[in-house]
Design a protein around this ligand. Structure first.
Ligand code: PMP
Length: 341
């Protein structure tokens, strides 16, 4: 597994925080230069987020030792690239269109990019992939994909994992809305697999910023060795634990999927809508005759969607997030009005 870590970071001595060096109950904490009084948040948070990891472990049925937490999955992805790729030397690969941050993360880490074009149905040509990614250091697969909403075959990804010399980062931000199970159960089978998930989508905590890597214990140790010591605040850790425990998440997700199916059906029958792409996520990409005009009209009525028309193979497409039942109904009504339907 060591081969996947950037050479100059192999065996790095991690920063040892005050809270790493003493565990247990103490009456008086004079070790971290905090302010002993004044606020309820005067103490540094648990650097390894023990309670939150335990709670996520129970929620997702993933062993605690296979979990790494970041300030959103954007931080996790950033740390993964920093850990594995050498600036101004390495290249990362990802599909096109996909999540726009992959390109930004490559740039801020000094990495070149290799875009793998998806076809008009947003599928990959797996037979050409190994040649296309040869020599790259990491491949990021967003599964299901943003902004297209479709799933890629796990079998095909496993075939890549068997032959590819780099690390495969499977970004499962939307996996909870999908029929396919997570690839996290395979992390002990493939040393070059890291799965990334988030509490921002299905678990309604985008504002808290909690993302995770799921990987074998060596990956978790390596990520811990380079992370900022206190990357998740105490307030976030406590709030996330309480929300996870106090909510029926299966019901929440089922409701979103029901609404997604309703929106899919309605859009499919809507005059003016050229094409609706099947979705395994909490959004739908659809094609219209003039995306920019419809976008403006919705925005003027106070409903903001994402215009994805500038993305590869996404000419005249909008991406709409599944909102509440009332929000979705208003969105559909506005489209009907726009097309005089
Ligand atoms: N991955 C994908 C595919 C996303 O769409 C997003 C957010 N739009 C993220 C990662 C980042 O999520 P967060 O940082 O909120 O966990």
């Amino acid at each position: 597994m060591k081969q996947f870590i950037r050479k100059d970071l192999q065996g790095i001595t991690p920063y040892s925080s005050a809270r790493d060096e003493f565990k247990g109950e103490a009456g008086i904490w004079l070790d971290a230069n905090e302010n002993a009084s004044v606020t309820a948040w005067n103490r540094y948070p648990d650097p390894l987020q023990g309670k939150l990891k335990q709670t996520i472990s129970e929620l997702k049925n993933i062993p605690v030792e296979n979990l790494f937490l970041g300030n959103g999955s954007d931080e996790v992805l950033d740390l993964l690239l920093r850990l594995t790729c050498t600036p101004f030397q390495d290249t990362i690969a990802f599909f096109d269109p996909s999540y726009g941050m992959y390109d930004v993360l490559a740039r801020i880490n000094g990495l070149s990019t290799k875009r793998i074009p998806l076809n008009e149905r947003f599928e990959v040509d797996w037979s050409q992939l190994s040649e296309a990614i040869a020599g790259t250091r990491a491949l990021i697969i967003c599964n299901p994909n943003n902004p297209t909403g479709n799933l890629f075959s796990q079998e095909a990804i496993c075939a890549v994992l068997r032959t590819y010399q780099g690390v495969v980062i499977v970004d499962e931000a939307y996996i909870d809305f999908s029929e396919q199970s997570s690839m996290s159960k395979l992390v002990n089978e493939f040393p070059n697999l890291v799965v990334v998930q988030t509490l921002s989508k299905a678990y309604g905590m985008a504002g808290l910023r909690v993302g995770m890597a799921i990987a074998n214990i060596e990956w978790i140790a390596a990520l811990n060795s380079i992370k900022p010591p206190y990357n998740l605040s105490s307030l976030v850790q406590e709030t996330a634990v309480n929300l996870i425990q106090s909510t029926d998440w299966k019901a929440v997700i089922t409701d979103i999927i029901t609404e997604r199916n309703r929106l899919f059906e309605a859009l499919s029958q809507q005059k003016g809508v050229v094409e609706v792409f099947p979705s395994e996520t909490n959004f739908i990409l659809f094609r219209v005759e003039d995306a920019t005009r419809l976008y403006r009209s919705l925005a003027d009525a106070g409903v903001v969607v994402r215009n994805r028309s500038s993305q590869y193979n996404c000419n005249n497409t909008l991406r709409v997030t599944i909102g509440s039942e009332a929000e979705n109904t208003l969105f559909l009504t506005l489209i009907k009005q726009f097309y005089n339907d």
